[in-house]
Write a protein that binds this ligand. Structure first.
Ligand code: GLY
Length: 326
């Protein structure tokens, strides 16, 4: 038995590539890195890696983390700039007993010393998004924080090892130095090969309040299925936060247990996920907003899949002249 589950349709190509190799016996650590690198390298996904949207200073600051559920090795980078594959750097940091989570210049120094590939991660398309956001803000006073689609992947290999990984450019227009949940073990991801693993996407500030990935693994330990654990964790976080804070940000999660059973839950419409197991070829599902404590999950239609890639790769026009507002 082997399996993979990932957040968002963007993980399809990576999970397809990695699951072929999982089937041939590679480790889930390698599979998770392969799957996430593929997302980091694709310029049209605007919330991860190359082409990720920048912070308020138009710098692409990237977060990533890796956790091995056999031995609890953890590695993470936060706010790293101009390296091609933050997930590989995070994984590399997981080999040490200490200094596992490096941020900013410290992470860049380590990556440089270790010979990781340098790359300018800000694309021309991301610059247009940045310009257009400033233009829209001036015109409509939009709040800057939208678009926070972390890729999170869980892998289970034939030896029973569970691994979780994440990679994200974080919130568009975030403050320089802001970290979300993605590099935070327990919030963005958690893996325990004796139980299961989980990963999250959405508004980091609210996902952290529920330490949601750890919570899902603990719920699975108490006997819940991955689906029930995901739904319970999202519901519980909503119920805790709503009366205290009125507004709760996006919370979307996926999980897999040590037997390859999987689940997902969300408080938004149409959260897309990708699943591949020894019994299921890579498939995109849509998860609907939690209702009555449960989420409906259906395979994405061919039309939905077609529209997804068309909209991601459509030509992007630069809007009007910002100077007219000065
Ligand atoms: N979930 C990604 C972030 O908040 O940065």
């Amino acid at each position: 038995m082997w399996g993979m589950i990932g957040t968002w349709r963007m993980s399809l190509e990576g999970i397809t590539k990695a699951s072929l190799q999982l089937n041939q016996g590679i480790s889930s650590a390698d599979a998770v890195e392969i799957a996430i690198k593929k997302v980091e390298d694709f310029p049209f996904f605007k919330s991860v890696g190359y082409g990720g949207l920048p912070n308020e200073l138009m710098e692409v600051e990237l977060d990533a983390a890796f956790m091995d559920g056999d031995n609890f090795d953890i590695g993470a980078v936060g706010g790293i700039t101009d390296f091609a594959n933050p997930i590989a750097i995070a994984r590399s940091l997981s080999q040490y007993p200490v200094n596992n989570f490096l941020t900013g210049v410290g992470a860049e120094r380590y990556a440089s010393q270790m010979g990781f590939e340098r790359k300018t991660m800000l694309t021309e398309r991301a610059k247009i998004h940045y310009h257009n956001r400033l233009f829209d803000d001036k015109q409509q006073e939009l709040k800057p924080y939208i678009g926070h689609d972390t890729v999170g992947v869980v892998g289970l290999d034939q030896a029973g090892k569970l691994v979780a990984g994440t990679s994200s450019s974080g919130l568009f227009m975030k403050k320089k130095g802001r970290l979300g949940d993605s590099p935070i073990i327990g919030s963005g991801l958690y893996a325990d090969s004796e139980i299961g693993a989980a990963t999250a996407t959405g508004l980091g500030e609210d996902l952290m309040k529920g330490v949601i990935s750890y919570e899902i693994v603990r719920l699975m330990e108490s006997g819940l299925s991955p689906q029930a654990a995901c739904e319970t964790a999202v519901n519980k976080t909503m119920q805790k936060l709503t009366p205290k804070r009125q507004k709760v940000g996006d919370l979307s999660v996926v999980a897999m247990d040590k037997s390859g059973n999987w689940g997902a839950a969300t408080n938004i419409d149409n959260f897309s996920i990708v699943v591949a197991t020894s019994n299921l070829s890579p498939t995109v599902f849509l998860v609907n907003k939690i209702n009555g404590g449960h989420c409906q999950i259906e395979p994405a239609s061919a039309e939905w899949l077609d529209e997804y890639m068309k909209s991601r790769t459509a030509p992007l026009e630069r809007k009007g002249n910002l100077n007219e507002f000065n």
